[in-house]
Structure formats: C-alpha cells, structure tokens
Design a binder for this molecule. Structure first.
Ligand code: E4P
Length: 217
C-alpha cells in the first residue's frame, strides 16, 4: 500500500518525505487555502515546489465544473510537472473529462467518491485513482471502511486497474484498516502517519534497554 500525505503544508511534506516512506501527495482547494496560497501564479508555483520535493504522484485539483473548462485547467496543471495528477470531482462533466484525460495520457484522481456506483463509473472512465472519503462517511454515521472493502471486491471481480486511494483519513487505525480492506493507497494527515509509530510498550522497552546500556559505560 502506497502512502501519500494529504496536505499542502511544505514543512509537513518535508517531514513525511524525510521518513523515506512517502509515495506522493494529495492536495485540494481547502488545503491550499489553509496554507494561504492565493492566485493562479502562487498556486502553480506551490504545486511545482511540492512536485520537485517528492518523488511521486502529486494530486492537483481542478476547480472548474464544465467539461471544456476542466480539460483546459487539467492540461495547465499537467504542464506544471510530470508528476502532477489531475484531480477531478465525481460529477457528470468530471466523468467525461476523466475519459478525455485517460485517452490523452494524463493521469487522474477522481475525488469526492462516496459510493461503489461512483467508483465503478470512475474506473469505466479510466481514472488512475479513485478517492473514497472514508472519514467524511464515518462523520455521517455510515461506515467508510465498508466502502473500501466493497470497491476493492468489485475492482477485483471486474479487473479494473483504477487504484483505490483511501482519503479523508482521521486516525492511524484508519490506515491499518485500509490496508486490511484492500486499499492500494492511503492519503493521510502527517499526524495519523506518525501515530502508526506509537505503542507504550515500545517506549517502556526502549527506556529499559537504554537504561541497561548505561551499564556498558
Ligand atoms: C484527499 O484527496 C481529500 O481531499 C481529503 O482526504 C479530504 O479530507 P477531509 O475529509 O479531512 O477534508
């Protein structure tokens, strides 16, 4: 399972990248706004910086909602860096755009997926990634992990090549459960990735080893 970080914060991207286990980055307009990126030039420059920092796919989301405009915006995003993946919303015009990008060799991530039916459509349209938002589903009192399992089963039965990119991760346990459920990729805030490190017995064990090692000195 690949690990992407879900942020536009350069310090957090660097910290995750320094761990040596980072495979890519996802952003969205809200995450870009959170770090204060405004205007086309600043947005373009920020995506370029991220793509040069990390050796892997970097999702950059279109904000257009009509086919032709999505294509034009996506082509511009794609031109920023070879690692840019065009993130397209799960809407009718988005499906048409996903097919166009697929036919024209531009990688895509279909975002805002909340059902298996949407995941089937994205796969049919040739999306490289489908992003089910598991945390937002959990927030709505449904089960996000069940959706990952269902999509994984359908994609396996049908032989779809679209990768399941579990998004809207809220905890380290989500990451573990996504690995069990058959996600190909998780995109997570840094906090949940670092949360995977934690176990009190590790801390207790290390403290004892280090204390005993003092006997060698
Ligand atoms: C990823 O591609 C999504 O934009 C992101 O994971 C959404 O997460 P949120 O539900 O925490 O905003």
């Amino acid at each position: 399972m690949k690990f992407f970080i879900d942020t536009a914060d350069l310090a957090q991207i660097k910290e995750a990248n320094d761990l040596g286990i980072l495979d890519g980055v996802t952003t969205n307009p809200s995450l870009m706004a959170k770090v204060g990126i405004k205007g086309e030039a600043a947005v373009t420059n920020h995506y370029k910086t991220i793509a040069e920092l990390v050796d892997g796919d970097v999702s950059a989301e279109v904000v257009s909602t009509e086919f032709k405009a999505i294509i034009e915006e996506g082509k511009k995003l794609h031109a920023i860096h070879p690692n840019i993946v065009v993130k397209v919303p799960m809407i009718k015009e988005g499906i048409k755009a996903l097919k166009w990008f697929s036919d024209n060799g531009i990688k895509t991530n279909c975002t805002l997926c909340f059902s298996a039916g949407q995941a089937i459509l994205a796969a049919k349209a040739g999306a490289n990634y489908i992003s089910p938002f598991i945390g937002r589903i959990d927030d709505s009192n449904w089960d996000g992990l069940e959706l990952i399992e269902q999509i994984a089963e359908i994609y396996s039965i049908q032989g779809y090549e679209t990768e399941i990119l579990a998004a809207s991760i809220r905890s380290p346990l989500h990451i573990v459960k996504c690995a069990e459920a058959g996600a190909n990729v998780i995109t997570s805030p840094l906090e949940s990735i670092l949360g995977l490190l934690k176990h009190p017995l590790t801390d207790i064990g290390l403290a004892k080893f280090l204390a005993d090692a003092k006997a060698w000195a």
